[in-house]
Design a protein around this ligand. Structure first.
Ligand code: AP5
Length: 212
């Protein structure tokens, strides 16, 4: 199954994607993670992406589309995949339609208050990418990853100036995709307001949407 995850920054896409990808045994392809890896490795794409990401702006469509197109050619995508953070503009969605058929689009929703709380408290493991939260998903030892012992850090774009910009960019450039996929009858809304203690219910709603 070829799945797209839509939703505001901080709604929890990465958190749910890690679980959905295990259930359906398909790769979780996050353009944000790919760009952060490219920045760490100082590749050409990483150098191009960094300035945009730090400011909370979108990386240009041509760079992003080429990155995803190359990734989808890999063997592990043959039985399906889950795109997290792509497409983010109508131009990206149209380009994706030319590359491959999408079976379902999951649109995660939560209130602005919930989203700002999630972004401001997020901490990510430098080594394995596991996602924590200083109030909601508290690591056993402060600053240390429960899974691998790696160091937890706050993403540069989770600082208040970038968060505001990312939410504006989402509303202007990404929200129109909801209508785009609704018209194609691919969209399923998933209520992600529920707290982490109810994450099993969020995942159950996802399974229902994918299997109906
Ligand atoms: P990207 O990495 O994709 O960031 P994003 O879309 O802004 O999404 P986030 O990673 O911020 O949030 P999430 O929804 O995954 O939430 P998470 O699970 O971490 O993109 C970063 C940048 O890269 C962009 O700004 C852009 O510059 C560039 N980029 C990427 N793709 C691009 C594209 N296609 N085109 C152009 N540019 C692109 O959860 C958030 C927090 O909430 C965590 O702390 C988590 O523990 C907590 N949490 C999750 N669920 C719950 C819950 N139910 N209850 C309580 N807490 C919860």
């Amino acid at each position: 199954m070829n799945i797209v995850l839509l939703g505001s920054p901080g709604v929890g896409k990465g958190t749910y994607a890690k679980r959905i990808s295990k259930i359906y045994n398909i790769p979780h392809i996050s353009t944000g993670d790919m760009f952060r890896e490219a920045i760490k490795n100082k590749t050409e794409i990483g150098l191009k992406a960094k300035g945009y990401m730090d400011k909370g702006e979108l990386v240009p469509d041509d760079v992003t589309i080429k990155t995803v197109e190359e990734r989808l050619k890999k063997d592990d995508c043959k039985n399906g995949f889950m795109l997290d953070g792509f497409p983010r503009t109508i131009a990206q969605a149209e380009a994706l339609d030319k590359i491959i058929v999408i079976d379902k689009v999951l649109n995660f929703t939560a209130s602005d208050e919930v989203i700002i709380d999630r972004l401001s408290g997020r901490r990510v493991c430098k080594s394995c990418g596991a996602i924590f939260h200083i109030r909601n998903i508290i690591p056993k030892t402060e600053g240390v990853c429960d899974n691998c012992g790696g160091e937890l850090y706050q993403r540069d774009d989770d600082k208040p100036e970038s968060v505001k910009k990312r939410l504006d960019v989402y509303r202007e450039q990404t929200e129109p995709l909801i209508e785009y996929y609704k018209e194609k009858e691919l969209l399923a809304d998933i209520d992600a307001n529920k707290p982490i203690e109810q994450v099993d219910e969020i995942i159950a709603d996802v399974r229902k949407a994918l299997e109906e």
